[in-house]
Ligand binder design. Structure first.
Ligand code: ADP
Ligand code: MG
Length: 257
């Protein structure tokens, strides 16, 4: 890829404060189209906060963060930055899909209704077309037989696959996953990872916060190790897992591998 091409995500020295405390202390990360980046690191290191910044769920307090070449939280006019209006944030967020640890499905809606909701409400897609596309997505995540099931009738793994289909329904150009399998019973983890692996193989740009090191090793194009509010080290899975450059990365890997 050409050096001057626009990155999907370009984070430079991103700082985020909560109650005056620096939680992100200068995060640097560049993600190109088609990359699958696994973000690993100890609990509390700022992984979720960083993902939330990428998805406009948090405003950054320092550094710069651009997604698809556009500022997060701000609009640039000349050399001035203006805070974005909520409607502009909604428009920008439509290009970004996010899947959380807790599936957050609408409990009173069927799987199909969950998937058609955002395309109809946000993108004003006609119901008929939305249903057609939603069925194709549910088929793709292996739920062709569960269109009409309510979340309470589905296993955790099935609910998470509906959540992935729901995110894909907005036709995002990048998918963010925040520990998507951490809340699942161990026997249900594989079916969700399989869906994510297929998505990666189809060329989706992805950022995956995960403790599934086998998945990171096999699927990711790049692994980023985060500790204490900063990305300490990035590399291919091969290099980072077998020859981590930093002592903190080594210590973490020794604990989890
Ligand atoms: P990770 O996902 O790596 O476990 P988080 O990004 O969730 O880490 O949290 C990083 C730090 O920021 C933690 O110390 C957490 O308590 C703090 N934090 C996260 N969100 C908030 C918030 N909304 N208000 C105050 N502190 C927060
Ligand atoms: Mg987290």
């Amino acid at each position: 890829m050409a050096l001057d091409s626009i990155a999907v995500v370009e984070a430079r020295q991103v700082v985020k404060l909560f109650n005056g405390v620096e939680i992100l202390k200068g995060v640097d990360l560049r993600i190109e189209s088609g990359e699958v980046v696994c973000l690993i690191g100890p609990s509390g290191s700022g992984k979720s906060t960083f993902l939330r910044c990428i998805n406009h769920l948090e405003k950054i307090d320092g550094g710069s963060l651009q997604v698809f070449g556009e500022w997060i939280g701000y609009r640039q006019v000349g050399d001035k930055l203006h805070i974005l209006k909520e409607s502009e944030i909604v428009r920008k967020r439509a290009r970004i899909g996010m899947v959380f640890q807790r599936f957050n499905l609408f409990a009173h809606m069927t799987a199909l209704e969950n998937v058609i909701e955002a395309p109809m409400q946000v993108k004003k897609i006609p119901r008929r077309q939305a249903i057609e596309e939603a069925k194709a997505l549910l088929d793709r995540v292996g739920l062709s037989h569960r269109y009409d099931a309510y979340p309470s009738e589905l296993s955790g793994g099935q609910q998470q696959r509906v959540a992935i289909a729901r995110a894909l329904a907005m036709k995002p150009e990048i998918m963010l996953f925040d520990e998507p399998t951490s809340a699942l019973d161990p026997e249900l983890v594989g079916e969700v990872l399989d869906v994510m692996r297929n998505l990666a193989q189809d060329g989706m740009t992805m950022v995956v916060v995960t403790h599934e090191m086998a998945f990171a090793r096999e699927v990711c194009t790049k692994v980023a190790f985060m500790d204490n509010g900063a990305i300490i080290e990035t590399g291919t899975p091969q290099s980072l897992f077998s020859a981590p450059a930093h002592a903190r990365t080594r210590d973490f890997l020794n604990r989890v591998l």
